[in-house]
Design a binder for this molecule. Structure first.
Ligand code: TCR
Length: 549
């Protein structure tokens, strides 16, 4: 069965390769745009490097719907610049540079990278997975990237739906893939996703933690709203099961549509409006959640306590002071926060004049400073979404102000530069480190002591197959820069803890994520601790703990 799958995939790849081409590399670091069928944006630095780590990040929020009158298949363009995803991508480059400077990890190897923008969509993630595998002008996957360097593993993709799609293809070849934000419990199934591992805990744990939190505060009557993707669907499914087991009651369960639909959105809004449940669990990544947040503001729905899943609990997109009357007092789970030395400086080192072909940096600059970069073809802030009134909102606006290049990043209050909440960003770092440590272990394995059959007793660097890394990744345990242990574990999942955060207003009128407790978990135990002296802000008329019974 597996080998039939492989042959089938090989056939597809062979076909696809004939329409694929790759542009050569001219500068040290350049925007990489592959010609032919696929149209992917990203970054590559791989010349003369023996080993390359691939990356997939949501640098845009969505693809632009393709004009239906076009008969040929075309690769969609993207819009909705995502500053947070841009920061994650930068964190990967920063980590690779750091590893290259270290003498204790892979001393004789320079790591390169090849990174693609997934535009938060499945189709782009699949395009990227195929380009990673086909790589260069050979009609079979050869685990070399388009610069001829060896591809050893992939960091990403972001959301579970994207990782699942990419993993279906990468898994056929056992190419290591380390997720930094994909939490779907489904991905723990090693039969379906043999080469997927992650540096973030599975949602199974968070659903359990949610129920414990709900019980802790004595709530019984709970609503749930989730994104219309694998993340939302699986989370809700497990959550419902756990709610039933705990004898709690579900008031309603609704979805937030991925593509704006007035009817679907109103169904969710009505459920919140009409239900007597005062406590509502929200499972969605921030990009999917923001249209729903606007609806809550529009309908002036206050006096609800939102339980935040990790995917939006510290999101700058949602935690805006103007939303505080509606979402203040939210309480939810966050993965551990850390500081990353040197990252701040690295993030500030960005300027569109450095490379005129770096379209992502140009778009970053234009969007951040609300101006048009002279002589560039990068569209300014286009938005093809159907808006809240149900009409399509085409604003291919060109800002009438030109960027001068003198704009100051210091003046910018933007999530890209905010290094106070490094959580997923740190996961990106640890995902890169996982692959690097596995490579290091593989390269220092003694003759005859490797995991492979005697004829192939030792895998030499760079002369080895990427799948051989899986052996080292499975048993990987290392200490991160902040002293924490990263343990990918046998089933590719983690042990660790969540911070429990509560949204309060600080003295300067911004939203502060105040830590009020922790949820600690290992394979065999878990514990919810709400700090005894913690002051929790509740968004109720009386400011007292809400009742939802
Ligand atoms: N898992 C979600 C995606 C996601 C995310 C995030 C996206 C998580 N945390 C933070 C943006 C920011 C958790 C998934 O789809 O698996």
């Amino acid at each position: 069965m597996a080998s039939r799958n492989k042959r089938l995939a090989l056939g597809i790849l062979t076909l696809l390769w004939t329409v694929l081409g790759a542009e050569g590399k001219e500068e040290e670091e350049q925007t990489c745009r592959l010609l032919g069928k696929f149209d992917l944006n990203g970054y590559v630095d791989a010349d003369n490097h023996s080993v390359v780590i691939g990356g997939m990040f949501p640098i845009h929020s969505r693809t632009i719907p393709v004009d239906e009158s076009i008969l040929e298949p075309v690769s969609a363009k993207c819009e909705g610049f995502n500053f947070r995803g841009f920061r994650w991508m930068k964190a990967m480059i920063h980590t690779i540079r750091e590893i290259n400077e270290r003498e204790d990890i892979l001393p004789n190897v320079t790591l390169g990278y090849q990174i693609f923008d997934t535009c938060s969509t499945i189709s782009k993630s699949v395009e990227a997975a195929l380009v990673f595998l086909t790589g260069q002008e050979e009609n079979k996957p050869n685990f070399r990237n388009s610069m001829g360097a060896m591809l050893v593993g992939i960091v990403g993709a972001g959301g579970s739906s994207l990782s699942i799609a990419a993993s279906r293809i990468l898994g056929l070849y056992y190419l290591p893939q380390v997720g930094y934000a994909s939490t779907c419990s489904f991905l723990s199934d090693k039969y379906q996703f043999p080469s997927f591992l992650r540096v973030i805990a599975s949602d199974k744990i968070q659903s359990e933690a949610m129920v414990k939190l709900i019980q802790h505060f004595g709530w019984v009557w709970i609503g749930v709203i989730a994104a219309d993707d694998d993340y939302g669907k699986y989370e809700v499914k497990t959550f419902k099961e756990k709610i039933e087991d705990a004898n709690l009651c579900l008031a309603f369960s609704e979805v937030i549509p991925k593509v704006y639909s007035y009817e679907k959105m109103q169904k969710a809004v009505d459920a919140v409006k009409t239900s007597t449940a005062r406590v509502i669990v929200l499972y969605a990544s921030d990009i999917d959640l923001s249209p729903f947040v606007l609806e809550m503001v529009y309908h002036n729905i206050t006096d609800r306590t939102w339980i935040a899943s990790e995917a939006w609990v510290t999101s700058a997109l949602i935690a805006k002071p103007e939303y505080f009357p509606y979402f203040g007092g939210s309480i939810g789970f966050a993965i551990p926060r850390t500081d990353i030395p040197g990252l701040r400086e690295f993030l500030y080192d960005v300027h569109p004049s450095k490379n005129p072909r770096d379209v992502l940096t140009i778009e970053f600059w234009q969007t951040a400073f609300n101006c048009t970069w002279p002589n560039s073809s990068v569209p300014y802030n286009s938005d093809h979404r159907v808006n809240m009134t149900g009409k399509e909102d085409r604003l291919d606006a060109v800002s009438d102000k030109f960027c001068t290049g003198e704009e100051k990043l210091e003046d910018l209050k933007n999530t890209y530069l905010d290094v106070s909440q490094l959580r997923i960003t740190n996961n990106v770092k640890q995902a890169v480190y996982s692959i690097a440590y596995a490579l290091h272990d593989l390269s220092s394995c003694e003759e005859g002591r490797g995991p492979f059959d005697p004829g192939n007793a030792r895998a030499y660097l760079p002369d080895f197959d990427a799948w051989q890394l899986m052996y080292y990744l499975h048993s990987l345990k290392f200490t991160a820069h902040d002293g924490r242990t990263v343990n990918i574990g046998q089933n590719g999942d983690l042990t660790g803890y969540y911070d429990i955060l509560n949204w309060q207003l600080d003295d300067s009128g911004n939203i502060a994520f105040v830590k009020v407790g922790e949820y600690v978990f290992t394979d065999s135990m878990f514990e919810l601790v709400i700090r005894r002296n913690a002051t929790i802000f509740w968004n109720t008329e009386s400011s007292e703990l809400p009742h939802s019974v």
